[in-house]
Design a protein around this ligand. Structure first.
Ligand code: FES
Length: 69
């Protein structure tokens, strides 16, 4: 969400399980039905999803960001 800060979330949309596609206008965006989620905490910014994304752990190791459940 800010330079040097990394967040990671489950790739599956909480609405119907489509893989979320990309970050658009600062939100994690699912193109299947248009849900959007906060890049800060995974909360729903726009439905139809009603449940937030599950956050994973993002750890920086040199030039690599390691994501674990
Ligand atoms: Fe993502 Fe429906 S599966 S909005």
């Amino acid at each position: 969400p800010t330079a040097g800060e990394f967040k990671a979330f489950d790739k599956r949309c909480t609405h119907a399980g489509c893989p979320v596609a990309e970050i658009v206008d600062g939100t994690i965006t699912c193109f299947c039905h248009g849900s959007r989620f906060s890049i800060t905490d995974g909360s729903v910014v726009r439905g139809p999803a009603t449940e937030p994304h599950t956050e994973a752990t993002a750890t920086v190791s040199g030039d690599v960001v390691v994501v674990t459940d």
